[in-house]
Design a protein around this ligand. Structure first.
Ligand SMILES: Nc1ncnc2c1ncn2[C@@H]1O[C@H](COP(=O)(O)OP(=O)(O)OP(=O)(O)O)[C@@H](O)[C@H]1O
Ligand SMILES: [Mg+2]
Length: 399
């Protein structure tokens, strides 16, 4: 039996919440008056009877600034209680909510099923926080999808694909996406997103963060598009002190907190990449439309197949697709031995977006490359999975 509290002025939302909590969750919902607005956690907790509070739902209908202020106090004083904010997702609200420790953002129009999923996640988070410190070697419950963006060859578009994928996923899973830069030596995710991280992977693998996912979360940097970022070390020499075991542990911790963990990697199959593959649920293989890249991918897939290290989800992105390359998509598929899922044409907008530090999908650009990136995002969106697939014409276009 779980305990949910709600502060809202919208009876219809409260009705949906009660339906959501009444199914498999078997939780009690207690309504807290919104006028006067509770001055602090004590006013809410003083009303508690029975089981301790697990999830506090704020909104809809209440002033968002007051809700966010209350959420930050809960985060400080009662981090074991998950707070859900019900509000339309705008960039401003998402960033404020992330900074204040709100667990999830929920649309006021969400139906009872969507509310139930969110309550379940919030209950899981509350339970893991109540458990307190997790012994370092104990495997944690892995709830999120870990998507590793990889290629044996360098410069084929991994960072471009990883950043756009994370931003695209945040459109249907705001605050539930973390982008991790495991190009440990020369990672450029933070600079490519115009971020100045206060903390990075070196902090995240050491001491208290390795034992406590809440501390780890404090080492992430918030990006205005509604994602968290774990930046690579600022000094390339620091990479020597980060082991494969440590990056594996960070991934498991993040997957217990986020629905999607997108990992940008360095080229090749080094220690950190192999450790990522051990945890990954999905790999996005990025391949350039040139023979070295295609042969590299074939060899990489072969080796990983031999050592049984291929995660269940496979997504192949053919980047820099160009009809003047002298190759057809079919040639690529025959060489690598698996189908190409997404084609990204060589595009003028991508280098421009890299240089501006604003990913294509943040900017809502409409061109063939952005279309390809959206198609990749849709492969991870449960709502798109249920839609019938259109007939795909596999041809290479240039922008
Ligand atoms: N489809 C494309 N069309 C044109 N330019 C592209 C395309 N995809 C990526 N680029 C450009 O290619 C360059 C390399 O891309 P990116 O940094 O994403 O590759 P990478 O695989 O992460 O490289 P590294 O192996 O060095 O980490 C960037 O300047 C990017 O803007
Ligand atoms: Mg890169």
């Amino acid at each position: 039996m779980s305990r949910f509290n709600v502060v809202t002025t919208v009876p219809e939302f409260e009705r949906k919440l009660r339906t959501a909590a009444g199914g498999t969750l078997t939780g009690n919902v207690q309504s807290i008056p919104s006028v006067p607005f509770p001055a602090g956690p004590e006013e809410i907790l003083a009303r508690q009877t029975g089981e301790p509070l697990e999830v506090l739902v704020l909104g809809p209908g209440i002033p968002v600034d007051k809700a966010i202020k209350l959420a930050s106090v809960f985060d400080l004083m009662y981090p074991e209680i998950s707070v859900i904010l019900v509000h339309e997702t705008t960039e401003k609200v998402a960033v404020q909510a992330m900074r204040s420790g709100v667990r999830d953002l929920l649309s006021p129009d969400a139906d009872a099923d969507a509310i139930r999923v969110m309550l379940e996640r919030a209950c899981l988070a509350a339970a893991s926080r109540r458990r307190g410190l997790v012994p370092p070697n104990e495997p944690e419950r892995q709830t999120g999808r870990i998507i590793s963006v990889m290629s044996p060859k360098g410069g084929v578009g991994k960072t471009t694909v990883a950043t756009n994928l994370a931003i695209g996923l945040a459109k249907f899973a705001p605050m539930s996406v973390v982008l991790v830069d495991f190009d440990v030596q020369f990672g450029d995710v933070a600079s490519g997103l115009q971020l100045n991280p206060e903390h990075n992977l070196s902090d995240a693998v050491g001491g208290s963060a390795a034992n406590d996912s809440m501390v780890l979360k404090a080492y992430l940097t918030v990006h205005p598009a509604g994602i968290y970022v774990l930046a690579a070390p600022s000094n390339p020499a620091d990479s020597e002190h980060i082991s494969g075991e440590q990056v594996g542990h960070v991934l498991a911790q993040l997957a217990s907190e986020f629905a999607f963990v997108v990992v940008d990697t360095s080229p090749g199959l080094g220690e950190h990449v192999l450790a990522t593959l051990e945890q990954a649920t999905d790999v996005v293989w990025v391949c350039g439309m040139d023979i070295p890249s295609i042969k590299g991918l074939r060899a990489g897939l072969g080796v990983l197949h031999e050592i049984n290290l291929l995660p269940p989800g496979r997504h192949v992105v053919l980047n820099f697709a160009d009809k003047y390359s002298g190759l057809r998509v079919q040639d690529v598929e025959e060489t690598i031995g698996v189908p190409v899922d997404v084609i990204l044409p060589r595009s003028k907008t991508i280098p421009l977006s890299t240089n501006r530090g604003v990913p294509l999908l943040q900017d809502n650009v409409r061109d063939a490359a952005a279309k390809g990136l959206r198609k990749l995002v849709a492969r991870f969106d449960p709502a798109s999975q249920s839609k019938p697939h259109k007939q795909v014409h596999r041809r290479v276009v240039i922008s």
